[in-house]
Write a protein that binds this ligand. Structure first.
Ligand SMILES: Nc1ncnc2c1ncn2[C@@H]1O[C@H](COP(=O)(O)OP(=O)(O)OP(=O)(O)O)[C@@H](O)[C@H]1O
Ligand SMILES: [Mg+2]
Length: 267
């Protein structure tokens, strides 16, 4: 049998709120191992698309396939248990808990979803599982360079670090696909560069497929394998960074934007 082309495939996704069509028959697909970015002006439907993938929103129409399996009607926690984790546009952490406890909570998705009985950990003793978890926590802390703050309470941390902790928690879910909604928003240049490096490391060293929403076009153009562009709920372009940069429709869609200008697309 042929290997499926896409690890995650969206077919004709449609979502509306009252009279507003947030997504209109959007079809796209993400290949295993890719960094796949979704861009578009404010209100284009980017977050809605992620919300459809992990079932926070229920599309009126369309199908979502993950590793050839139809996940269109699964509960959000099941989706997480299958290996699709995410971070949010506004940080969603347990603010009064420590960094380490937040990361530990990420690991619990396996227990909740019954993933433990799903085969992957089959045969492992509880002690082995605990040791494995600890090892993964340490690798995450090391990768994201958050050793110094592991015992700190999250709400006292600067925003840039909170975003890093949220990424750490998502990684603790041991995802195969990671959905990131504006991970570099509100960060200064140095923090943004760090975040871009972390995303690349996660993708390359941990072999995790990344779906990225990001307004910083420097980051998007630098690290994406492919880019999908939404405008008013419709897909207007898809391709490699070089193709997107010079796409007439994309340039036109961005002309009215304040924070992403024509020149920042580099066209
Ligand atoms: N829960 C909701 N109820 C009503 N309208 C919504 C809801 N969620 C999203 N929308 C609307 O759907 C459209 C797409 O929103 P979405 O959040 O996906 O945009 P976005 O591309 O992520 O924008 P931004 O770059 O500002 O984050 C917007 O018009 C938004 O107001
Ligand atoms: Mg959004």
């Amino acid at each position: 049998m042929n290997k499926p082309q896409y690890q995650l495939e969206l077919q004709d996704i449609q979502l509306s709120f009252g009279g507003l069509m947030a997504l209109h028959e959007v079809s796209t697909g993400v290949k295993k191992g890719e960094i796949f970015s979704i861009i578009g002006p404010n209100g284009a439907g980017k977050t809605c698309l992620l919300n459809c993938i992990n079932r926070f929103y229920h599309p009126e129409k369309g199908t979502i396939l993950f590793e050839n399996r139809d996940i269109s009607h699964m509960q959000p926690h099941k989706i997480a248990g299958m290996g699709i984790a995410r971070t949010f546009q506004n940080v969603e952490l347990f603010a009064h808990m420590t960094v380490l406890d937040n990361i530990k909570l990420g690991a619990h998705v396996h227990l909740k979803s019954g993933f433990l009985s799903g085969g992957i950990y089959y045969g492992r003793s509880r002690a082995e599982e605990i040791a494995l978890r600890k090892d993964i926590e340490e690798r995450i802390i090391d990768l994201l360079e958050i050793e110094q703050i592991r015992k700190q309470v999250v709400h006292a941390l600067p925003y840039g670090l909170q975003k890093r902790v949220e990424l750490a928690r998502a990684l603790a879910m041991r995802p195969r696909v990671l959905l990131l909604d504006e991970p570099a928003t509100g960060m200064n240049l140095e923090e943004t560069e760090d975040m871009a490096r972390f995303i690349l490391d996660i993708n390359e060293e941990w072999d995790i497929t990344i779906i990225l929403i990001e307004h910083d076009m420097g980051v998007v153009m630098d690290i994406s394998d492919r880019i999908c562009v939404l405008d008013f709920g419709e897909k207007i372009a898809e391709g490699k960074p070089e193709e997107i940069r010079h796409d007439e429709k994309v340039i036109k869609a961005y002309l009215g934007e304040e924070d992403i200008t024509y020149s920042r697309l580099g066209a």
